[in-house]
Design a protein around this ligand. Structure first.
Ligand code: V47
Length: 377
């Protein structure tokens, strides 16, 4: 283990009482979280986040072998934050026939994949049955692969279109083969900000209610926060505290993933991209405030591999997976590779002085041979 032994030091007096709370295992409040955002002492904030991260996970840093599948980019929502969605007849709009989606799932790397991450647009005409058939067809062809499918926003939209309750919709998805839900669509819960960046999406309360229901029927999920656009520190803290409160209630969240806004090709392209300092600090503050979330992921596609690697010493314990093909950030100007290989992810982790552990979606260690894998339960 390469646990931190050097002492905590800071010139920022606001951080000393926060350090005392963190070391005593006490919960941070809104004022503490705002002080963490306000300070320039990133090393002190990072020290604390790293201390918590090492207490929870030691030197372990997780990654997985996954593939993203985006069955359609047709979307009725027209969110200002998004460069991926298209109107049905717009240039570049696509919708995969089921067979095409199955072929996409099988393409890419030869290493056995343990997770499909399936998200897409809110298509005005595709029936609910298409999504059930998609998941069931994938499960039939790839029975060993975990289906992490559909954001809370997609679930709520499909429920409305199919005239079902959220519970019924989730139950049918589960029956078809959905194993857990990704964390997307949470954006920022504040109504003021949501009205500007994603006006036609479900609101924050509906996102949280859908997650609550997923957890109640036994599906784990992740949670995200989109930052670095027009939100302020209070909005970020409000978002984190709402997630923490729901997690107290259900225990159903596995991982929190802060997502840095990529403005290119969106109606908000006049905004700046986030800086390294903000990205690293966001990871650290997330680790410190979300004391009941087992995992904090620094998604390399969005953070860049370099920042994701450094995050492993600032509170993150996961950098996501091989991905293979990424559309949402690349449409919004991301210059990261489409995918990374297993050995690339392991190298990033090892060079951060951490111990790479391949996990499945439920964080069970994966042992692999050339062509297959087993999950330790
Ligand atoms: O919901 C969309 C965000 C999310 C942009 O659960 C944008 O393991 C930045 O949720 N700039 C989808 N972000 C991605 C996502 C995710 C990714 C990796 C792992 C997991 C997980 C979840 O991407 C959307 C939205 O919040 N997004 N457009 C943009 N221009």
């Amino acid at each position: 283990m390469t646990m931190v032994t050097h002492p905590f030091e800071t010139d920022d007096a606001r951080l000393n009482p926060i350090k005392d709370k963190v070391l005593a295992g006490e919960r941070l409040n809104e004022a503490d979280a705002l002080a963490l955002y306000a300070t320039g002492d990133i090393l002190a904030v990072g020290w604390l986040a790293n201390w918590v991260r090492e207490r929870m996970h030691g030197d372990t840093a997780y990654f997985n072998v996954n593939r993203h599948i985006n069955p359609t980019n047709v979307c009725v929502a027209a969110c200002r934050l998004c460069a991926f969605g298209r109107k049905k007849d717009a240039p570049g709009a696509y919708t995969m026939a089921l067979e095409e989606a199955f072929q996409t799932a099988a393409s890419g790397y030869t290493e056995a994949i343990t997770e499909f991450h399936i998200v897409g647009g809110l298509h005005p005409d595709l029936p609910f049955q298409y999504f059930l058939d998609l998941v069931a067809g994938l499960k039939e062809r790839f029975p060993q692969v975990h289906m992490k499918a559909f954001t809370m926003v997609e679930v709520a939209y499909l429920a409305k279109r199919a005239k079902l309750t959220i519970r019924e919709t989730l139950e049918k998805m589960k029956e078809a083969g959905v194993d857990s839900l990704p964390g997307g669509g949470a954006e920022i819960f504040s109504d003021r900000v949501r009205h500007i960046i994603c006006d036609h999406k479900i609101d924050g309360e509906q996102w949280l209610d859908t997650a609550r229901m997923a957890h109640q029927i036994g599906l784990k999920s992740n949670a995200t926060m989109l930052y670095g656009h027009i939100e302020n520190d209070e909005d970020r803290v409000d978002h984190l505290l709402k997630l923490r409160a729901l997690q107290d209630e259900t225990g159903g969240f596995q991982t929190f993933i802060p997502l840095a806004f990529h403005p290119a090709n969106t109606p908000l392209q006049h905004l700046f991209t986030t800086t390294g300092m903000d990205d690293i600090k966001q990871i650290a503050v997330s680790r410190l405030v979300l004391d009941n979330f087992p995992h904090i992921k620094s998604y390399w596609q969005m953070m860049t591999p370099k920042i994701a690697q450094i995050s492993l010493r600032f509170g993150a314990d996961d950098i996501d997976g091989t991905v293979v093909e990424e559309k949402i950030y690349h449409d919004a100007g991301a210059t990261t590779p489409q995918g990374l290989r297993r050995h690339d992810l392991m190298r990033l982790i090892k060079e951060a002085g951490r111990e790479p552990v391949e996990r499945d979606t439920l964080y069970r260690p994966v042992t692999r041979t050339e062509t297959s894998f087993t999950v330790s339960v």
